[in-house]
Design a protein around this ligand. Structure first.
Ligand SMILES: [Zn+2]
Length: 500
């Protein structure tokens, strides 16, 4: 476990300031079957080979990570008990791959599948919890934004990058103050539900140079102005002062606010603003996922036109990079494909594919940007991590008979792969973890556990056989990549630096 911030010797040795720039890209909710679904969708509809994602190209290392919570409780708990790992929630191949037919009655209309699925339903983390682990190296409870199990604030990757003089930013296809971008942006709160407080911290703290996402009080989810503003995701005073240019962060700095898509596109090139950059797109909850029209539960991907008014995740990322990429000390950028998780909660397979394609394009654009002559970065000094925060229960069409069946290629000629949902909430399964560039091999070295159920003779009875690390171990490793002089610290004992 990584609560004490230690990493393996290999990992620490390969880090120690080698990484100047760091990207953490999270496709929210996207498990192995999400990626498989997109590969099948991109593939030859006549049963030919599956398509390729950005992470399938040469140069990426591929492994997996566990994402289990400290506990599934939704509030902090004072004292030592608050930091105790609940053993029942720890990822366990034996419990995950329990193929006993589930006998419990379905309360929610979904097939129960197998006892392993029920174990997943009962032990799953939320995005606040998981993004906190990735950002701080600590496990915590569901709802926690960069606080530990007792509610104490934790040092985040964004803050460490900022204190090292790096430029920092976070962009998302959903509300900028929702759990994943909030944690990715270095906010702290005992509950993700305190959205306007979180927004306030993100803008005031002086940690972030770029904030991008939705949550715009003045627009609906079709990009149309609303008659009465909704201050669910950002408080009225903060929003008004951002709009009229009077808002100041605690350090006295000002922000440039962009809402119009054309302005966000234009910010992707040319001289960047000297101010901190806020891009709050003309959308309330999501850039595209919540647009009306079509039949989201049944529609094929890309059959309902995407909104002209919403930026793509690529456009948000490029505008962020044009601003952050000029810092001589390097940068940290978190990029979230937030609509993937929303689509999976809605069991909207087609829009899940769409939202992952938007994310996948952003991965490609980031690689192209690093490799372009205009950028001073290269993959010699830049680490790109592409992963998910957690998974759902999406399997193949014979999922009631075939446990953990992968999503299958299209069989009825509609161009859509074959699948079945086993719930509309999160799971506790392993998620894909890819890395590219400086420090990527060190991530592969973290993956010391194997996703297998073994018999007494060590023969594999069940499981994917994948090697995996844990999200908190990965988080500790990422902090170590930009922590100065960690290589000189004996025993990796950097515990004192972890609590703010
Ligand atoms: Zn979710």
């Amino acid at each position: 476990m990584a609560e004490n911030g230690s990493t393996t010797p290999d990992a620490a040795a390969s880090g120690s300031g080698q990484v100047k720039n760091i990207f953490v890209m999270v496709a929210d909710g996207a498990g192995f079957n999400t990626l498989e679904a997109v590969r099948q969708y991109l593939g030859d509809p006549r049963g030919g080979p599956a398509g390729e994602l950005a992470v399938d190209q040469d140069g990426f290392v591929a492994t997996a990570q566990s994402v289990y919570p400290l506990d599934t409780r939704s509030e902090p708990l004072p004292g030592p008990a608050g930091l105790r790992q609940n053993p029942a929630t720890v990822y366990s191949p034996a419990q995950n791959y329990d193929f006993t037919k589930a006998e419990r009655e379905s309360a929610d209309g979904f097939a129960r599948g197998f006892d392993g699925y029920d174990w997943n339903r009962g032990t799953a983390p939320d995005s606040a919890n998981t993004m906190t682990s990735l950002m701080t190296g600590a496990k915590t409870y569901n709802n926690a934004i960069n606080v530990d199990g007792t509610g104490a604030p934790l040092l985040t990757l964004a803050e460490l990058a900022n204190s090292e003089g790096k430029a920092t930013g976070v962009v998302s296809t959903v509300q900028f103050s929702d759990a994943t971008p909030a944690a990715g942006g270095g906010a702290h709160n005992v509950s993700r539900a305190n959205r306007t407080e979180i927004a306030e911290e993100m803008f005031k703290a002086g940690v972030l140079d770029v904030i991008g996402g939705t949550g715009n009080p003045d627009y609906d989810d079709d990009g149309k102005p609303v008659s009465e503003a909704r201050y669910d995701w950002i408080g009225k005073d903060l929003w008004q002062s951002l709009k009229d240019g009077t808002f100041k962060s605690d350090d006295g700095s000002s922000w440039k606010l962009l809402q119009d898509r054309a302005d966000i596109q234009a910010a992707g090139s040319g001289d960047p603003t000297d101010l901190r950059l806020a891009m709050i797109a003309e959308a309330f909850i999501g850039t595209n996922f919540y647009r009306t029209g079509g039949d989201p539960k049944n529609e094929a991907p890309l059959t309902v036109p995407r909104l002209e008014t919403s930026p793509t995740l690529t456009e948000l990322s490029q505008a962020a990079l044009n601003k952050l990429g000029t810092d001589d000390d390097g940068f940290y950028l978190a990029i979230e494909g937030g609509g993937v998780d929303r689509a999976m909660h809605g069991n909207n397979f087609g829009r899940m594919v769409e939202e992952y394609l938007d994310f996948d394009a952003a991965v490609k654009s980031v690689i192209d940007w690093v490799n372009s002559p205009e950028s001073e970065a290269s993959f010699e000094d830049t680490l790109l991590v592409v992963t998910a925060d957690h998974d759902h229960l999406l399997f193949g069409p014979e999922g009631e008979a075939v446990p953990y069946q992968r999503v299958q290629e299209d069989r009825n000629g509609d161009g859509v792969p074959e699948y079945q949902w086993f719930g509309n909430g999160h799971s506790n399964q392993l998620v894909p973890l890819y890395a590219y560039g400086a420090g990527a091999e060190g991530i592969l070295a973290l993956a010391g556990k194997e996703d297998s159920v073994l018999d007494a003779n060590g023969n594999r009875l069940a499981g994917s056989g994948r090697d995996y690390t844990d999200q908190a171990e990965l988080g500790a490793y990422l902090l170590d990549q930009i922590r100065p002089g960690v290589g000189e610290q004996a025993n990796g004992s950097v515990t004192d630096g972890w609590l703010l």
